[in-house]
Design a protein around this ligand. Sequence first.
Ligand code: NAG
Ligand code: NAG
Ligand code: NAG
Length: 346
Amino acid sequence: MASKPSLTHQATLMLLFLTWRGGIYCNGFTVDPPENLVILDPGHFGHLEITWTPPASLINRAECPKLYQLEYFNAYKGSWTVIRTSRRSYSAQFDLMKDVRVRVYTLLNGPCTNNTMIKSTNYTEVVQKPSSTGVAGITVKDFVCVFHNMEKMVCNWGRNPKIPANSQQNLYFWHRELEQAEECPKYILSGGVRSGCDFTGKALPDFTDINFCINGSSPQGPLKPTYASLQIQNHVKPGTAEKLHLQTGPDTRLEVQWERPVGSVPGQCLEWEVEYSQEGPDGKMTSQQIFTEEMNLTLPLNDDYRRSCVRVRSKLHKYCVNKGLWSEWSHPACHPATSTSPHESR
Ligand SMILES: *[C@@H]1O[C@H](CO)[C@@H](O)[C@H](O)[C@H]1NC(C)=O
Ligand SMILES: *[C@@H]1O[C@H](CO)[C@@H](O)[C@H](O)[C@H]1NC(C)=O
Ligand SMILES: *[C@@H]1O[C@H](CO)[C@@H](O)[C@H](O)[C@H]1NC(C)=O
């Protein structure tokens, strides 16, 4: 309670300060927010086109250079994105399963405002709710895409147990190079129902959003669509390393070499995890992980150990992509090559 009067007092001071600043710097100029803010959905699963017009009070004032400040809620990042543009349209990616919120302000400069930049105090806003069509509460779970060795893109989704029997699900996708959304080229079936899409032979561009929509029909009506958006370079799972080779070097060292998987994964983008496991004299296994960007490594070899084994796996490192997936582990290579431990021999 005690802080209440002081807060009010502060607010009054702030108001006075703003008015004073307005008087000094803005010379009392004001400008109206833009009009006719419209969000257009061309059916690209979240890639929306936003358009607006200048405020009517400025239509015939060509001498006033206009800029617009567009703010939209980026549901992927959970924060507002702010851009300034002199154009009257802008395209951005939205998550259609969440509210789409867009605000636009007018900014004015030049002789009209005595060369001071002013911004409309108010904004024009559109809030668009997610489409409510479809059997409620039934969206696809666990939509996961993997770009195997940068050759074969496969997306899978989990079956929602609430989905009505005899439903048919469809996957559509769109990216910048397509005029219209296309349907999955080859569905993956599990237990007779669609559970994924195999894009083999269908080239998808990297470093640009690929938007997906999984919708469908059921005896109870259309299924609620699920939307997803991703960039394929962040879903690369390299092939398995090949020709893993061990050699004992001088001074009881183990020299390890391997080759990267054949294919189009750029070698300079790979980082490797090497797992070095050793079986002690008492049969106890110990292992350590080593990370490297080289395709060879020298490891210390302790003769007291019965056996030492190495296996490797790789992923694209963060200098090349935002996110990489680990490859499968290679077959292990061991020294000595054949097991001498009694419980492992058959
Ligand atoms: C315009 O700004 C200049 C200083 O930048 C000031 O001297 C002048 O009085 C202003 N004119 C008007 C009409 O406010
Ligand atoms: C700002 O605009 C909203 C509608 O877009 C309106 O409800 C509100 O009264 C406006 N505020 C001012 C200060 O003009
Ligand atoms: C699924 O989406 C596609 C592409 O937008 C559309 O052509 C199709 O009619 C939709 N199917 C259903 C069952 O809603």
